[in-house]
Ligand binder design. Structure first.
Ligand code: HEM
Length: 219
């Protein structure tokens, strides 16, 4: 493993795999949370299952945390290495001419998403850990919907979420294609992938914004 991470292609490949894994997580996270808009009962059922099934709690959740920490750490390492390489190139070329704002600012949009995750997890996820393992309470399978509605009462939280989801869209708009390119899927599928990338990168953050606004205004 450390051999793979010592080469620049290996690092890009590992970064892409962690990105694809996180994008898959985001899709399932969205699928469960959007249920809260259409069916509180279905949302409670799905959340109760995810929150109590042992394989999710003790296998998938730790893998997810490792994936987030890996992606974040590797992103910083790649950025530092790219900066050093770019200093040489910029002396010869105009470095901005062939790149988008999104590709040049992945580190900043990534850091903002990380800051959002710290706020988000310290509230919702830490609450879950507390009621399950630190000060265990009797499990009420219908509590999840009320907790979510309560979470979005605060306009400050809704505002922070909306800003974070705009940065999430900017991060995904470059990251989605870049991840597929790094694993070598950039040949005959390029056009189709670009379409899927746009739908995913804009659709998921807009959907999350909708969930936050819906619960803020509907109750
Ligand atoms: C309206 C938008 C969102 C809602 C309503 C929401 C809701 C939740 C809830 C209820 C939890 C606690 C569930 C649990 O720990 O079992 C949670 C955890 C978490 N959320 Fe979100 N989330 C939203 C957006 C996001 C976004 C955009 C990301 C990533 C960029 C994200 C990443 C996470 C992570 C990593 C966890 C902890 C892992 C887990 O246990 O599932 N969430 N979220």
């Amino acid at each position: 493993m450390s051999g793979i991470l010592n080469s620049s292609i290996g690092r890009k490949f590992a970064m892409a795999l962690s990105a694809l894994f996180l994008m898959f997580f985001l899709l399932q996270h969205f699928a469960i949370n959007i249920l809260s808009v259409f069916s509180p009962d279905a949302f409670n059922e799905a959340s109760h299952f995810m929150g109590t099934f042992w394989a999710v709690q003790f296998i998938l959740q730790p893998i997810l945390i490792i994936g987030i920490v890996f992606h974040f750490t590797m992103g910083i390492i790649l950025e530092l290495k790219n900066r050093r390489a770019r200093q040489v190139k910029y002396a010869k070329n105009n470095g901005n001419a062939n790149s988008t704002w999104m590709s040049r600012n992945m580190i900043w949009t990534g850091l903002l998403i990380e800051a959002f995750l710290i706020v988000h997890m310290s509230q919702l996820w830490w609450h879950e850990i507390t009621v399950k393992y630190i000060s265990p309470m009797k499990e009420d399978p219908t509590r999840y919907y009320h907790e979510l509605v309560e979470h979005f009462e605060s306009p400050v939280i809704v505002g922070i979420y909306i800003v974070a989801f705009v940065f999430l869209a900017l991060h995904l708009l470059h990251g989605f294609n870049s991840a597929f390119q790094s694993i070598g899927a950039n040949n005959k599928y390029t056009k189709a992938l670009k379409g899927v990338s746009k739908v995913y990168s804009i659709g998921i953050p807009v959907g999350f914004i909708f969930i936050a606004l819906y619960h803020h205004f509907a109750h």
